[in-house]
Design a protein around this ligand. Structure first.
Ligand code: UD1
Length: 417
């Protein structure tokens, strides 16, 4: 199966932003913390959710999609805290079971996390935080074995605001004895979403949305199952926004939340994209060739590394030269080779990409190297002459809910074949 994209006219109409992959997977993991039935709504229809369902099933939490975007998970209390390699290896977010398992069951045996292959993805910050709370770790090539008779609160300062480490420390702290504080915590909207669900379950958390979280441990019987609506996906929103920008279209991106993407909206505006926040979405239009800008990826509220392939794709067709600086993942420029097959003029220099805008990209066969880069290649294909065929689309399917259908719905010439 491939995605075939043909040169498309200005995109028009309305597109709905689905729930966030980087939130729902973590919300699913915290069902390990308390028995009962959970109902998640606005669940994206993506392969990673199915993988997480398989992983949770192996641990003892059952799940059922009651409709395309609604998932019911049941924790009957019969949990085996051992995660088999086959599931863990398929997604990075499987490491998010570590905190809940340690906090609730005092042990976790997890194969090493997989996920996108973009450079080494250590878990030293997760381990450092959980050790400060009394956990003991054995790390080897096969995986992570962690034990803790009773976690206790601790003061933890992260040397980098890691999303995954913040989440694991937070979810472990919910049932730890005493108070845990996390300084320099990550504060992505998906972490706020996780905190909100935990609070609904009975957790005591303050500082939500800031880089200083304080968690007061509660007893297991004080936690209960809950219903929760998954926050919308700012990266999928950005994907549609960039598609509108390069095709010089005019689309209402329903569910895109300006307050979650302020920095990105500013950058898009500098490039010449007009973005008007409205109730429940953003009106996005562009009637000119984009102007090049320089940008650097940073932890939230900075420009997310997940936006970068989209921005580089936009720079590829902008007037002028722009420099993209990657500060999070050194390996995340590999997709540039694919973009260059479409005629993009990009030079990599360490963690910088220098992009000289060209008048016209040219359709070609390309491979999706990971989720976001795959989507960026699809977007680039919209403004390449002729036909662009994107292979390895299982990467895109991991994180995009009907990318092809949604783009076709706003006028793109695109299909799966
Ligand atoms: C999450 C997102 C991913 C996004 C990333 C950064 C999910 C499933 N994935 O990944 O899409 O690109 O945030 O916004 O939500 N690091 C360490 N030691 C650690 C942990 C991280 O050195 O213990 C480093 C990583 O190697 C990387 C950087 O910190 O260079 C960012 O990692 P982190 O914020 O933890 O991202 P993830 O949670 O893996």
């Amino acid at each position: 199966m491939q995605i075939v994209v043909e040169h498309s006219e200005a995109l028009q109409g309305e597109v709905q932003v689905p729930g966030a992959k980087n939130s729902v997977l973590k919300l699913m993991a915290v069902t390990l913390l308390a028995e009962g039935e959970y109902r998640l709504t606005n669940v994206p229809d993506i392969a990673d959710v199915d993988t997480m369902c398989d992983l949770l099933r192996a641990l003892g939490v059952t799940s059922q999609r009651v409709n395309t975007h609604e998932l019911v998970l049941v924790n009957t209390g019969n949990i085996t805290p051992v995660a088999p390699f086959e599931q863990v290896d398929r997604i990075r977010a499987s490491i998010n079971i570590l905190g809940p398992l340690l906090g609730r069951y005092g042990s976790a045996d997890i194969a090493m996390p997989g996920g996108d292959d973009f450079g080494s993805r250590p878990i030293d910050l997760h381990v450092m935080g959980l050790e400060a709370m009394g956990a003991t770790f054995a790390l080897n090539r096969e995986g992570v074995q962690a034990t803790a008779r009773q976690l206790h609160g601790a003061h933890i300062e992260l040397k980098f605001p890691s999303v995954g480490a913040t989440e694991n420390i937070l979810t472990a702290a919910v049932l730890a004895r005493g108070v845990t504080s996390i300084d320099n915590a990550a504060r992505e909207p998906e972490i706020v979403d996780l905190c909100n669900m935990l609070v609904d379950m009975g957790a005591q958390i303050s500082g939500i949305g800031t880089d200083h979280l304080v968690i007061t441990g509660v007893q297991p019987e004080q936690l209960h199952a809950t219903d929760h609506e998954v926050v919308n996906d700012r990266v999928q929103a950005a994907t549609y926004m960039s598609a509108v920008a390069v095709t010089r279209g005019n689309v209402f991106v329903r569910g895109a939340r300006a307050e979650h993407m302020e920095m990105l909206i500013n950058r898009f505006s500098e490039m010449g994209v007009m973005i008007t926040p409205q109730h429940d979405g953003l009106q996005v239009s562009c009637n000119q060739r984009l102007h090049a800008i320089d940008f650097a990826t940073l932890p939230y509220p900075g420009i997310a590394t997940d936006y970068k392939p989209l921005l580089v794709g936009m720079l590829a067709v902008s007037s002028g030269t722009g420099i993209a600086t990657e500060n999070l993942y050194p390996g995340r420029f590999r997709y540039v080779d694919e973009l260059m097959k479409l005629g993009a003029d990009v030079r990599i220099d360490g963690h910088h990409a220098v992009v000289r805008g060209v008048e016209q990209l040219v359709g070609a066969p390309v491979n999706a190297p990971d989720i976001r880069a795959g989507a960026a290649l699809v977007v680039a294909g919209l403004v390449a002459t002729g036909k662009t065929t994107v292979s390895d689309i299982h990467h895109i399917d991991r994180g995009y809910d009907d990318l092809v259908g949604k783009l076709a719905g706003i006028g793109a010439r695109i299909s799966r074949q």
